[in-house]
Design a protein around this ligand. Structure first.
Ligand code: ZN
Length: 223
């Protein structure tokens, strides 16, 4: 399977880049001439600009986490995915770089957890496969729920240098979302690589979104 870089040749991509809610050009062309070579399409749902203020600064951990939680809540409200939201900021300035919302069911893609989408969008925006490139400021991931095994692994490769999460693995497990093989050693490994972990920021607000999803009978899509 190929993932085509956006914005070069496909007319649909060029058209999409004028859209205000897709400012980073990560939309991929839906069309593929060859059915054996599918093109993977990743984009935000239409509501993203109604929740995300791209211009304001997010100076505190609480403000940054509130955005991640608001994205998770909206994703549930609009029925566009699971109850998980994420955002990536430049650490010192609090500038918002990218957001992500769980899009597994919406886009038929098991990799599209909120954190993974945020990594993809952020890296597309800064045009670098790592957010830890020498010319870039420090980047931080805020996620409404503790990362699963996939997202924690991708955290290491993403180049973010700080991870802040809200609800915990136990909160997610209560809804039968599996988080995979994440062990205390997994966190130690990241910390030894210089990644700081901050836990339980606005946990109750983040957990409330999980409960909202459960109350609505939202799909549990793992497994
Ligand atoms: Zn994940």
């Amino acid at each position: 399977m190929r993932v085509r870089a956006a914005g070069l040749k496909c007319p649909a991509v060029r058209a999409s880049q004028s859209s205000a809610h897709r400012p980073f050009g990560t939309t991929l062309c839906r069309m593929s001439r060859d059915p054996t070579h599918p093109v993977v399409h990743v984009e935000y749902p239409d509501w993203v600009d109604s929740v995300v203020d791209w211009e304001q600064a997010y100076p505190t951990d609480e403000k940054r986490m509130r955005l991640a939680i608001a994205i998770a809540r909206e994703n549930v409200d609009r029925e566009t995915g699971g109850p998980f939201g994420a955002a990536i900021f430049e650490g010192p300035s609090g500038r918002l770089v990218a957001v992500g919302m769980n899009s597994v069911v919406r886009l038929n893609n098991c990799a599209l957890h909120g954190e993974m989408m945020a990594f993809m969008m952020a890296q597309a925006r800064v045009a670098s496969f790592t957010l830890n490139a020498p010319q870039l400021p420090v980047h931080e991931l805020f996620t409404s729920c503790e990362p699963c095994a996939m997202c924690l692994g991708a955290t290491l490769w993403s180049g973010v240098q700080r991870v802040v999460y809200g609800a915990t693995r136990e909160d997610a497990l209560r809804l039968n979302f599996e988080e995979g093989p994440v062990f205390p050693e997994s966190y130690h490994y990241l910390e030894e690589r210089g990644i700081r972990i901050v836990r339980n920021v606005l946990r109750d607000e983040a957990r409330a979104v999980l409960e909202m999803y459960r109350a609505k009978g939202g799909k549990i899509y793992n497994g």
